[in-house]
Design a protein around this ligand. Structure first.
Ligand code: VGL
Ligand code: ZN
Length: 201
């Protein structure tokens, strides 16, 4: 069974939001069109408490994109984003949501960040996504959304470790930086993932 996993298409990751991905809006029409071609559609939502440990507000004297140590795990310092129950954390209103059967929230623990939709960055705790999909006998996962070299890449890579066939639909994602996405794609391919275009589906 083919499943579309929509990663973090939230206002804060779209231009106008607090952690905008350049051209992030452009993924929405592509993702809306793709949804009808899948048996199952699920989504993730970055869902942080207002004092989350990845936020610049918690690291006096640091700059955005600095790397700090957060409880033993290297952590990029981010602008305050996707705070629970705020407009920034909501899905963009142009994203079609009627087909989304389940939403998995991540980054809820202040002590650790969670780029992947499956696990936090130290693989301490599962979101339940893997069990949910295995229960439905899903075997192939297609990843789309934001941001390409963070939450999309880490989710797509964890999917391989969880035993799924993992595909990343390149024109249905946008990156924070081109270099970051090139490195992520190279590692994803090396790990057994496949890069596709939406027209290949
Ligand atoms: C993300 C940085 C911080 C993402 C989430 O969704 O890619 N990136 N939190
Ligand atoms: Zn986040």
């Amino acid at each position: 069974m083919k499943t579309l996993v929509i990663i973090d298409v939230q206002n804060d990751f779209i231009p106008g939001g607090n952690l905008p991905v350049p051209n992030g809006y452009e993924v929405i029409p592509v993702i809306n069109k793709l949804q009808d071609q899948f048996d199952l559609v699920v989504a993730t939502q970055d869902w942080h408490p207002e004092n989350h440990g990845s936020f610049i507000s918690q690291h006096e004297g640091k700059n955005i994109y600095d790397i700090v140590d957060l409880n033993g795990t290297p952590q990029v310092v981010w602008p305050v984003h996707c705070v629970q129950n705020t407009k920034g954390a909501a899905f963009h209103s142009d994203l079609k949501t009627e087909k989304i059967e389940a939403i998995f929230r991540k980054g809820t623990n202040t002590e650790i960040d969670s780029y992947s939709g499956f696990y936090d960055n130290a693989h301490l705790k599962s979101t339940g996504l893997s069990g949910y999909l295995k229960d439905k006998k899903v075997t192939e996962l297609y990843f789309v959304g934001l941001a390409a070299e963070y939450c999309v890449y880490f989710s797509a890579k964890d999917a391989i470790n969880e035993g799924f066939k993992s595909f990343l639909i390149e024109d249905a994602t946008r990156a924070l930086t081109a270099d970051g996405f090139e490195n992520a794609k190279a590692d994803f391919k090396k790990s057994g993932g496949q890069i596709l275009k939406s027209t290949d589906i």
